[in-house]
Design a binder for this molecule. Sequence first.
Ligand SMILES: [Zn+2]
Length: 366
Amino acid sequence: MDDNRYSSNRPRRKVSRRTYRNRRLAALAIIGFLVLLFVILIANACKDKGDKKSSSSGKNVTTITTTTTVTDPSITTTAPTTTAVTVPVNESDFRLDKQTVSIMVGEKDMPRVLEYPDGTLEADERWSTSDPSIAVVDSYGHITGVSPGVCLVTLKSAADPKQEVQIKVTVRGSASDNDSTTSPQSSRAEAPAPSVDDTEGLTYVNGVLLVNKEYGVPATYAPPLNSLCYEQFSLLTSAAAKEGLKIYICTGFRSYKDQEKIYEESVKTYGEAMADICTASPGHSEHQTGLCVDCNTADSSFGYTAEAAWLEQHAHEFGFIIRYPLGKEDITGRQYEPWHIRYVGSKIASRIHNSGICLEEYLGVA
Ligand SMILES: [Zn+2]
């Protein structure tokens, strides 16, 4: 405290009028220089912003590109364009389960659409890629890695072109490329392994939630009946009604506890072996996903009704599949259930319906 050099009782040094004026001029010159520097920096930043169309992260990118050019002329050509892809910001009403995808060359992945903008249906999805030499995307949203790099895949709504969301796709070289850089990706692309994604105890295979004897859901997982599933089911029932048929929900969502009770009852009545064929054990019922519906009476007599025949023919048009078809019992592990329909979206449903396979076969996990 006592050696404070700036205390008020410190004697002031006498300064001549001339040095005082010189100091003032020097100070003014410094301030002027700083103002000029500031103006140049602002002008530079505005110019670069105009060049790049990047929405939010432009400030980070601009400083990098200006500094690198001076040092080594041989390096400058490679860097700038590939680093410009940043994680996109979704300002539309599309809601996806992920906005970044990281795959190997030849691998596939598919972001799932959890919510659509008002007035947009699954059939209105329009997928495109910013660089087909890095990754391609089909009309269903399956993204396949072509060569290492980063690009953007865009999902637009045909019903409302203002609604679009982008997915940042990073493609890495396949594992075999590390050993021999000369071999192309064609050998691996023939039969891509199903991409199994286990998040929070839920198993998605190529983006489709899979629940069967092998794959279950946690006891705490209790979503309501999926809104898209419900909307599509309503469309289905109206279409059936036009033909004089009555299809209604017998069971939609079922909780872990409900399933536990049903399974215990079934074991008591039929014994464990038979119960396993007729009833899913708790955690392994598709009804716990909120993505399926049991129609009408949910028993074998339903199979003889006109409604069952109509479902068999038309359910896929609304995005549903007969989840446990006749003749596939050894693969699904369940008896034929003509009343149990599962929502997978009309594109996948049509493929499954037209090829006569079951979901496990379609997903490559049979
Ligand atoms: Zn069912």
